[in-house]
Design a protein around this ligand. Sequence first.
Ligand code: AMP
Ligand code: ZN
Ligand code: ZN
Length: 417
Amino acid sequence: MTPMQTTRRRLAAPFLLVALCLLSACMRAPVQPARPYSPLILISIDGYRADYLKRGLSPTLADLAKTGVRATAMKPSFPTLTFPNHYAIVTGLYPDHNGIVNNRFLDPATGEKFVYTDRQTTDDPHWWGGEPVWVGVERQGKHAATMFWPGSDVAIDGVRPEHWLPYNGKMSPDARVDQALQWLDLPPGQRPDFLTLYFEQVDHAGHGYGPDSTQVDAALREVDAALGRLVAGLKQRGIQDHANIVIVSDHGMTATSESRMVVLDKLVDMRDLTVINAGVVAGLAPKPGHEEQVARALLVPHEHMRCWDKAKIPERLHYGSNPRIPPIVCVANDGWLIETQSYLDRPNHHISLGEHGYDNNDPAMRALFVAHGPAFKRGYVIPEFDNVDVYPLLTHILDIKPAPNDGSIGPVAAALR
Ligand code: AMP
Ligand code: ZN
Ligand code: ZN
């Protein structure tokens, strides 16, 4: 044996040992297959009243409920309006605490207005309190994509979802689904862990033609077809058994009419107050020195509405501590509206055939909750729960730390696998 050969053999022995060790280690701990892509998709069907599901016009939704979880209803937050409730769902905070106290409101400190349809006003992050899910997702190193959701086009606390589009009501439900599916196709590291989708067609039809109209039925079919397109897209990508889908609405809908009108002028001297909001919920500010006259006129029982001093709103409504809430809040009884004579005298005034915003105990305001996917039981029904409880459910599934909130996972925990 040459000296060279002995050196090689001496070197080879330890290498052999290391290689054997590695091999046995591999055998002890088999290589884990890559975890399947398991995004969480939160979908809102604006104005989808809980009982619409029984109309038989939402087959995809009914199928997801049958093979997943359904709540008998979800209780919206008060007031049962779009922006306060969408933001309550994604922050777990009641409107009183999340800052979006109405669709339109005033900051009494600055006189600034928030008008939900005017991006120039909604774009200012200072309105939006708490931490919406997509901000937590981005902050904690995951990825979010929003195919519309109130607040998702604002840089809340300086953070926007990684993928988002400014709200565009003209974009069809199918086009929204296609955009969401495109985001699912992004490479790992960019593709979203959390997605939202938003559809307003059912709400629009409810306002325009009333909850019992054929137009609402058509909108139910249209949105369900888009959900079908989403489910088919998930199947195509082989992730239908891995994606978790949570489908909610913000509130229900009830029939309204020009013949069910509380006219404020008939109750109070309009020179004594400023009307901040009217409609289903009226927000009123007595003029300085006129507080007593206004209280005598309004803070008494009425046939078709209730009014409260903001400090005395029943606790169950979780409403009244935010400075953005006007001093007096009135809410109409189901199907009634509160207006001023000057509004009704306008030739172009508009009274919808359907409305929401009422007391969140009103059965007509009940919202939708359906959930499906590996996180959820199959064929399980849970009783009604508060919509602020959705936030802790979402953060639990996403495995992110929730921000302080008013919700609790307790009422929905039984639905989890
Ligand atoms: P509501 O008046 O309470 O029925 O509000 C529903 C309406 O809010 C929908 O019909 C949409 O037109 C509008 N909307 C929904 N999301 C947004 C958004 N992100 N930005 C602006 N408007 C929105
Ligand atoms: Zn709405
Ligand atoms: Zn609406």
